[in-house]
Write a protein that binds this ligand. Structure first.
Ligand SMILES: *Cc1c(COP(=O)(O)O)cnc(C)c1O
Length: 325
């Protein structure tokens, strides 16, 4: 699976992990981030994008999103930040060329964006980053049951990632054939062979998965165009979107959410802004500092989107939404 992933995203190295959160943790550790470091990420993400900083003793910090893309506004990453975790929200790549002064470490959280691309190439080729992390959780574009990976073009980082996922063990056969040393703390974050075999076969279908998701997304766009809602940001002309999510924005979201749910339609809200979780209260981030994130959060509603979604079922979603609005 590692070779297939590296080939797919055109990176030199891919290192597989037991899940995407382990991949983020390993990326933080491999980059030597720790106490005293600040790691900036998007508040509109799954909380693992920020928790990874805490795992290594660094401090997560947030900048507001750009309402035009729903991605973190990379031009706002403050000087002095040690690292940025750029999340490609919903599968639309964050524009890394907007980073002002480059922090020491640039990591992409591409849990939503396997199969997406920019003029720099496929997401995961690390054209403008040190490492790019993926998740293969069942809801993601490609799944291994549970799983994750980090891609990089840096041989030293790749070695550190491999060591970190395997207890920090370094073999020293030149000393004794059985001898191994442990120079730092590592974990058991290995992906199993069974997961990897599933991932290899899933990667072979990535083109189909993205094509199908894009087709369903285009159908939603057309059918919902005249309704009073905001459609998800589109990918610019020579970019491609992975459409992990199809998040629309509606007024009176609670009523629409309840209406869809009672029609048996599984909609969801992605995400509660990370700073709103009580576990992050100590960071002192106030909702009023994140106007664009708060405005989006008020109205966001993800509609069902997955390759096996039948068009007749999609029509049921469209009809229900049309009635509600
Ligand atoms: C799913 C997800 C993760 C975590 O991946 P797991 O494989 O569930 O650990 C991290 N970041 C984002 C943005 C995600 O959506």
């Amino acid at each position: 699976m590692e070779e297939a992933l590296a080939r797919t995203v055109q990176a030199r190295f891919a290192v597989a992990f037991s899940n995407g959160t382990a991949a983020l943790h390993a990326a933080m550790a491999a980059a030597d981030l720790g106490p005293g470091d600040t790691v900036v990420t998007s508040p509109l993400s799954f909380l693992a994008s920020a928790n990874c900083a805490r795992y290594v003793g660094a401090v997560p910090s947030f900048v507001d999103i750009d309402p035009a893309t729903l991605n973190l506004d990379l031009s706002k990453v403050p000087r002095g930040a040690s690292a940025v975790v750029a999340v490609h929200y919903a599968g639309l790549p964050a524009d890394l060329s907007r980073l002002g002064e480059r922090p020491r470490v640039v990591v992409e959280d591409a849990a939503h964006a396997l199969g997406a691309s920019t003029p720099d190439g496929p997401v995961g080729n690390c054209a403008r980053s040190d490492m790019c992390t993926f998740s293969f959780h069942p809801v993601k574009v490609v799944t291994t049951g549970e799983g994750g990976a980090v891609t990089t073009n840096d041989a030293d980082l790749a070695e550190r990632l491999r060591r970190f996922r395997n207890h920090g063990i370094v073999q020293h056969p030149e000393r004794d054939p059985w001898f191994y040393d442990v120079e730092g703390v590592g974990f058991n974050y290995r992906m199993t062979d069974i997961q990897a075999a599933l991932g290899g076969s899933q990667l072979g279908r990535l083109g189909y998965f993205i094509a199908r998701r894009s087709q369903l997304a285009a159908r939603y766009r057309q059918a919902l165009a005249s309704l009073p809602l905001t459609l998800p940001p589109e990918a610019p002309a020579d970019w491609s979107h992975a459409y992990h999510l199809f998040p629309v924005q509606v007024d009176d979201r609670r009523r629409v959410f309840d209406g869809l749910r009672s029609a048996g339609i599984r909609c969801q809200v992605h995400y509660v802004p990370i700073y709103r979780h009580s576990s992050f209260a100590g960071l002192g981030a106030r909702p009023s500092d994140f106007t664009a994130t708060e405005e989006a959060y008020e109205r966001l509603l993800s509609l069902p989107l997955y390759p096996d979604l039948a068009e007749s079922d999609q029509d049921r979603v469209i009809d229900a939404l049309t009635k509600l609005l």
